[in-house]
Design a protein around this ligand. Structure first.
Ligand code: HAM
Length: 475
């Protein structure tokens, strides 16, 4: 009887082991049978895509600063903010930027989406803004319509210093006016915006003519380059027949040397284009904005007519041109509204600044960003009952309009006081178990290190009173 029980137990034990896949422990190991070990293969952690950039918290002050300055000057010049989507139909840019441009030929992040549509991440904003102008019937608004936008654009080019595949632009566009004063107004806005952020800039300007005079000029250029064609770079050999005006801004040394003696667009302008250009320059003179007439400014997008301009940081303007580091560029694009489906040909002009390059130039030129006070008050808590009440108190202080910070996961008072001192706050509130019971809080003046007990209900008015006194003393 006892033996049969023992056998039964043994059977149950073996079944359980099998069910739990634990037979491994009781089976003898076969020679050569390896036990699964964690893989020794190193897994490459995900990395930033080539040409992309993280903008870390410590960099954000530059971004906040320049965007704020852009917003301020935009208001003065009467611009309204617009956001357009990052994804657009690819055909929008083929039509506007031009199918023989570097952007369209080589640089667009375009793909077929799940619905079979050809879409792309916008390589610039002007075409999108003009599309929005047409699509929302903005022609029926008082003209011109002045719009600006700030955001990321995408170009799959060869990354190098100051050249990214995702970068940010501010784009200012005036649509519905062909008067030369608009060109000057836009240039003035960009010039003074650079001044506002502490950058001296150098303006290079040219006229690229219009469909009346440019074909004639292109023929002259081809004539000039015909005998020199064999010495051009491969890119320029292609440009020779497709887009000869772009031969002028090639960055290759040999091609650049040929530009010096090439015919210049300004000598071939039709009467209307010449008169327009002269007027733009007169406005710039009157506004005391210095400029350099530069026949090499022909721009890399097809939609331009007449005025074309670029800005370079003044520290080393000549070298910057050679390293392709324009910090802003733009011009007139009178035909674009109609090209994108608008009812009539309408005057338009604009520019875009490259924000990464602008910030790089600010750093190179040691532009200091004024420090903005992060907080006036730090709330330190001590003990579990105070911590429980601190989240609500923090919100009460914030909604009362105080710039307040806290570090609620920390328990040590000295640690919290150290953080408060580093932040440079004016007052630290110390909230402990005793204060919770008494409905009070300890207020510490960080400059004098004096402390006083305040009724918790009066804390906002007490801080405000002292802040007002401090501000008065500082005047
Ligand atoms: P864009 O010259 O092609 O013009 O670009 C404007 C600015 O964006 C350049 O001056 C440069 O500062 C910056 N930028 C261009 N490519 C890169 C890059 N790969 N990495 C970093 N920054 C770059 C336009 O985009 C036109 N939509 C401007 C315009 C507006 N014209 C009329 N309205």
């Amino acid at each position: 009887m006892q033996i049969s029980r023992l056998l039964l137990f043994l059977q149950i034990f073996i079944i359980l082991m099998k069910v739990n896949n634990l037979n491994f422990f009781i089976m003898p190991r076969k020679k050569g049978l390896s036990v699964a070990k964690p893989s020794a293969r190193k897994i490459t952690p995900p990395q930033l895509l080539k040409g992309m950039k993280d903008i870390l918290p410590e960099e954000q002050k530059y971004w906040d600063f320049i965007k704020e300055k852009a917003k301020k000057i935009a208001e003065t010049y009467g611009f309204e903010y617009i956001d357009t989507p990052i994804l657009e139909s690819t055909s929008l840019f083929i039509r506007s930027v031009g199918k023989n441009t570097d952007i369209v030929e080589k640089e667009m992040f375009s793909f077929v989406d799940q619905g079979g549509d050809n879409i792309c991440a916008r390589p610039e904003m002007t075409a999108s803004i003009v599309r929005a102008y047409n699509e929302h019937g903005m022609i029926n608004r008082p003209q011109p319509v002045k719009l600006y936008s700030i955001g990321p654009v995408f170009r799959h080019n060869k990354p190098q210093a100051g050249r990214y595949r995702q970068f940010n632009q501010w784009s200012f566009e005036v649509i519905g006016d062909n008067s030369p004063v608009i060109d000057a107004e836009l240039i003035s806005l960009q010039y003074h915006l650079f001044k506002d952020i502490g950058l001296d800039s150098s303006l290079h300007i040219n006229s690229v003519g219009c469909p009346v005079c440019r074909p004639q000029y292109s023929l002259q250029l081809q004539e000039y380059y015909r005998t020199r064609k064999k010495n051009l770079c491969d890119n320029c050999k292609r440009r020779f027949s497709k887009n000869p005006i772009r031969l002028l801004d090639c960055k290759e040394k040999a091609c650049g040397e040929m530009v010096a003696d090439a015919p210049q667009m300004v000598d071939c302008l039709c009467e209307d284009c010449r008169a327009h250009f002269v007027k733009v320059l007169e406005h710039l003179d009157a506004a005391e904005i210095p400029y350099t007439l530069d026949p090499k400014i022909v721009r890399g997008l097809d939609y331009y007519v007449r005025t074309a301009f670029e800005f370079f940081p003044i520290s080393n303007a000549q070298e910057k041109i050679e390293s392709q580091s324009a910090i802003s560029g733009g011009g007139r694009y009178d035909g674009l509204v109609q090209l994108l489906g608008g009812r009539e040909e309408i005057g338009a002009c604009g520019f875009a600044g490259g924000l990464e390059r602008i910030i790089l130039a600010m750093k190179e030129n040691n532009v200091q960003i004024p420090e903005t006070a992060t907080a006036d008050v730090f709330l330190a808590q001590l003990g579990e009952s105070a911590r429980k009440k601190s989240l609500k108190l923090l919100e009460d202080l914030r909604t009362a309009g105080l710039k307040v910070r806290a570090n609620l996961s920390k328990s040590s008072l000295s640690n919290q006081l150290g953080t408060a001192a580093k932040m440079g706050v004016k007052f630290t509130l110390i909230y402990g178990q005793k204060e919770v019971i008494d409905n009070t809080i300890l207020m510490r003046d960080m400059s004098s290190s004096s402390q006083e007990i305040v009724d918790i209900k009066k804390i906002v008015s007490e801080i405000n009173k002292r802040m007002a006194r401090l501000n008065k003393d500082n005047v």
